[in-house]
Design a protein around this ligand. Sequence first.
Ligand SMILES: [Zn+2]
Length: 495
Amino acid sequence: MLDRNRRGGWRTRVGALALACSGCGGDAAPGGSRPGDFAEPTPASVEGATEANMARTEIDFPDGAVPEAAVPGRPNVLIVTIDTLRADHLEVYGYPRVTSPRLTELAEASVVFEQAYAPMATTLPSHTSMFTGVYPHEHGVLANISDGRTYQRREDLMTLAQLFERAGYETEAVVAAFPLDPQFGLNAGFRSYSAPESKQRPAKANTDEALAALERLAASTKPGFLWVHYFDPHGPYNPPYRFEVQFRMDDEIRAYLAERRFSERSQRPTGQWNELEEGIDRYDGEIAYTDFQIQRLLKAAEKNGWLDGAVLAVLADHGEGLNQHDVPGHGLTWEEQLHVPLMLRIPGVAPRRIPWPVSLVDLAPTLLHVLDVPGKQEFLAQVTGVDRFRTDIVHGDARILGQSSPRQSEGGEIRYVLRADRWKLHLDEEGVTSLYDLDADPFELHDVAGDHGRVVEKLASELEALLKLQRREVRTLEASEQVEAELRALGYGGK
Ligand SMILES: [Zn+2]
């Protein structure tokens, strides 16, 4: 039974989410693909599933698309994360502008995940999920900063860098912004961790640092694990002049914006207004600038031989509103903020596009499918993400979980989303729901919760069950004035 509530949303019979779950055990997979975890309901049993949708769940990998075994030897590993890069501003994901020729070229040699989702559209929580294979409530990092406090990762969780370091790899990181400062814990396992002393480091200077890291790695007798993070598509959008003037609004992009119903203006928490057309042109310029610098990085790695036979992952930590749903920035649960690019170039694995939804918590177990790293079983034991190269599970049945950060609302209330086949359910802690049919309405413009009560109830109870299975252990520390000031300068002040 559904009731209209005072805020105009739908309240489900399952009621408010029970979130006092500290100490809840369980190692189930919120990716939902471990057989038997959530046998009922399957997408086919959810009201409104069509024959086409049911067929989609049966897609399997063709020969050669997925490795039978790990890449031989101990290949180098390069992970490139691009902050604030929404998937649909790359040609690879259908954008009409040429923002990213180097990534397009890379995608042609890669496994491209068409529907990859960040677990949260916030920098530190999302990166922590990538590197630990668990959701934000499980690693405990729920914000860059919230209410003057920073978050600490659960101490018993290993990161990918720690795994590779223990396995004898030389590990280096080059990150471009203060939310990934070593004091927030992602430096664990990195022998060298280069971060800017303040705010952010532009892509050129960041690439210079990465090239120095590459030289050290190429000179080592050990295999290398390198993470390079770029921050430029994050606001404010101020690319170098050449890229600032690269794009000028035209009718094709105006049609793209109109279809998605972008607002002409929207206001940032800092009070600044984001003007639509100028913002889009400059944001795309930041992407083109970053793409150009990634080309520099990859060319150098190819030239010194370090990239030969290497495993390469390129992805984003989250997207950006750009005034869609009246939101200029990120941190919420709309598609444009959670849908991210994800491509993996793996020696011996045929390029292909993977159509089913995946989460960034799946990155680590999927990478480890192709890497024979000593100690990986111990790492995999902590992971709730799903190995998306497994052939013995039906990936189309996946449940993909996303959430907002408590800093996004005055009461610290968190909004959750569950993606299941064509449906995406939004649910907050008071049980207020909305439902979107992404097949018919990919831009989340028409709430159909009132027309599909059975779907809402099933997905809301599944979402609640998934959250209850998460082990929660959140620890916060009072932020210093300096930390607050640095994060405020990047738009992360206060809640
Ligand atoms: Zn970010």
